[in-house]
Design a protein around this ligand. Structure first.
Ligand code: TXA
Ligand code: MG
Length: 340
């Protein structure tokens, strides 16, 4: 049975304590964060975290992010906390930043996907923070979607994937950022960006100085052992996604060309873009990169629901949040990218 708890008008402690009780007893609770919904379990309870992997159909070597509500909890999870980590926490937590550090032995290796490192973040969502505080345990939470599907930015998306399969869903409305947290690895001499996300890498560099961009993010074939999540299929709707990127004016023309080409072949074609296009289905992404990020996963799920076979997506400029947007889009497309 899945309990759905509506909570649209801010934190309600009495209702949240029900969800916190479920977490404490080893259950699964989906909850909103500022990035996307997470599927939470007690990070220190091995059988609880194992249930996350089962529910999502997630490969066991893809580690979970551990969510905390107080900065000091970092020391309960990480063996060593370098000065840089405290600086990042001070500046960006609570917020869309995940920090990878050497893990304490008390963190189950189910949580870390077998690695000796642990990924930690403090989410900037009042419901998430209060839920973690009330449960009084660090909460492991991957995005609350079936593995490989677009991440959930509303409780409806979570219900779509998990109703009847998890214990509780806290419905806090739509998530404000819409793409997942930025993941940075501090276990090597020079910090490495493992996943672009809600905190632009430009901001990270202001604190860390040089930040290496993991080569896999540039589309190079490399050893992905460091962040196993990189090797799996991601963010995919049922429809085939094609990303069109490059010169803005030409992108618009190319999208129209592709719509015509695929319609002639008998496909139902959807377009998601920042300017209107004629197609079987159209989803307006918004006119700022923040809005595009907020709408991205919703657009992929929504166009699927409307039954298109092909989704043609307009690429955005890669600065700021654009880097996270393009990373998700290219993955959703299985790297089917048309450059103009
Ligand atoms: O915004 C977010 O980060 C959301 C919300 C719920 O907080 N969570 C999320 O979790 O996106 P998930 O599991 O979908 O993505 C976690 C990413 C994966 O790419 C995983 O490989 C990486 O973080 N990761 C987790 N632990 C790691 C570790 N110890 N070393 C390297 N990468 C790690
Ligand atoms: Mg995910």
């Amino acid at each position: 049975m899945t309990i759905v708890i509506p909570m649209w008008e801010g934190v309600q402690r009495d209702k949240l304590s029900v969800a916190a009780g479920i977490l404490k007893r080893g259950g699964l609770v989906a909850f909103p964060t500022e990035t996307v919904y997470g599927l939470g379990a007690d990070a220190l309870n091995e059988s609880a975290t194992r249930r996350i992997f089962e529910a999502k159909g997630r490969p066991a070597d893809n580690p979970l992010i551990v969510h905390i509500a107080e900065v000091e909890w970092l020391e309960k999870l990480a063996k060593e906390v370098p000065e840089k980590a405290w600086e990042l926490a001070e500046k960006f937590w609570p917020g869309p930043l995940t920090i990878v550090l050497p893990a304490r032995d008390t963190v189950p290796r189910t949580t870390t996907g077998g690695l000796d490192t642990v990924a930690v973040r403090m989410p900037a969502h009042p419901i998430a923070l209060e839920l973690i505080r009330l449960s009084d345990v660090p909460v492991a939470a991957p995005s609350a979607n079936i593995s490989g599907r677009p991440s959930p930015t509303s409780a409806d998306h979570v219900i779509e994937d998990f109703y009847g399969k998890i214990d509780c869903i806290v419905d806090g409305g739509e998530t404000p950022i819409g793409v997942e947290s930025t993941v940075v690895d501090l276990t090597s001499e020079v910090p490495v960006l493992l996943r672009p996300g809600g905190l632009p890498v430009e901001e990270l560099s202001k604190v860390l100085g040089e930040v290496l961009i993991h080569p896999a993010l540039k589309g190079e074939k490399v050893d992905i052992a460091r962040s196993p999540g990189m090797k799996y299929k991601h963010y995919s709707p049922n429809a085939q996604v094609i990303v069109v990127e490059g010169n803005r004016e030409k992108v618009g023309e190319k999208i129209d060309e592709l719509v015509e080409e695929y319609r002639k072949k008998g496909f139902r074609v959807g377009v998601m873009a920042t300017e209107e296009h004629d197609a079987d289905e159209f989803f307006y992404l918004g006119d700022s990169v923040e809005e595009v990020a907020r709408n991205l996963f919703k657009a992929l799920r929504e166009l699927d629901r409307r039954g298109v076979n092909i989704i043609i997506a307009e690429g955005v400029d890669e600065r700021g949040l654009g880097m996270a947007v393009m990373n998700r889009l290219r993955k959703a497309a299985g790297y089917r990218v048309v450059k103009v």
